[in-house]
Design a protein around this ligand. Sequence first.
Ligand code: NAP
Length: 325
Amino acid sequence: MAASGHATQKEGSLMADEQIYDVMILGSGPAGGTAAIYTSRAGLKTALVTGPVPGGQLTGTSEIENFPGFPQGLKGPQFGELLEQQARRFGTEFIFDIITAVDLSVRPFVLRAEEAAYRCRALIVCTGSSPRRLGLAAEREFTGRGVSYCATCDGRFFEGKTVAVAGGGDSAAEDASYLARLAGKVYVIHRRGELRAHAAMQKKVQENPKIEFLWHSVIEDLKGDERGLRRIVVRDVRDGAVKEVPTDGLFVAIGHTPNAGLFKDSLELDAQGYIVTDRLTRTKVPGVFAAGDVADPHFRQAITAAGTGCAAGMEATRYLEAEGE
Ligand code: NAP
């Protein structure tokens, strides 16, 4: 096991009393929280840097109904708090800070925030991804009040109602298909005249009688009242005609942006900017692991993020054990 503790002269320009963590985890969603539970429970000196959204993306989810083990469901923010409590119980230190630069070419690794620097022997990146937003002024106003970025999370709140999906990729098609099982009617609003989704998925949604396509259409505005979203203002890009579509919900499925910009020069990223790992969550830099949505363009679920967070925690522990031999 790598010894934790104080820096020595050999390790460079550290302050005499500066601490080195065995493991630092970036991100406080289900991947980061789970990784922290595993490494701190294994006796490693662990610090978790929460990042700009303590609790991660799930804090924007009203209710999580599909995390196994919680038959009554639980609120997004509550889930973050429970993870934090559990990780703290085993000694994880929570640091409410935002890392702005990393140096993975030195050992221990150096992570810099605006007013502090941190050092660690192993790093687990769990910075998640952010759903792309339409960029409308009203979008934030209705987020959680009709506007959602996760059909699997929030679809059930629209049983029998009318909803719309924005986008034309696999996510939009999958969301439309999923929502059609619950909602009474689903509009797909897409800016072009053809879907980007794969052929089988296209066929499936286009044959679904509950799904209606608004092609060549962009969303210009959202309107509602105290109960939430009520209408979407849609413009046809071909002739400029504007109409209002009555709807109770809007699911924005125009892609995600992985929060991996910090690592663009030090880790391998794929064409979409996700961190590339092997199946053991290892990146190309020994001692650096990535878990959750920042390395997963596909599933993006709390339970899969927690699963890879667990794997990264175990692999980081093994790495440090091997290093200490
Ligand atoms: P995506 O493939 O990038 O599609 C994004 C869609 O949103 C596109 O149709 C795009 O329109 C539209 N769009 C982007 N920005 C927009 C804006 N500002 N306003 C309006 N529309 C906008 O993203 P994704 O569907 O999330 O898929 C991401 C990756 O995951 C893909 O590789 C996909 O194949 C994969 N995925 C696979 C599955 C599956 O196999 N089951 C499920 C989900 C995702 P344009 O078409 O005009 O560019």
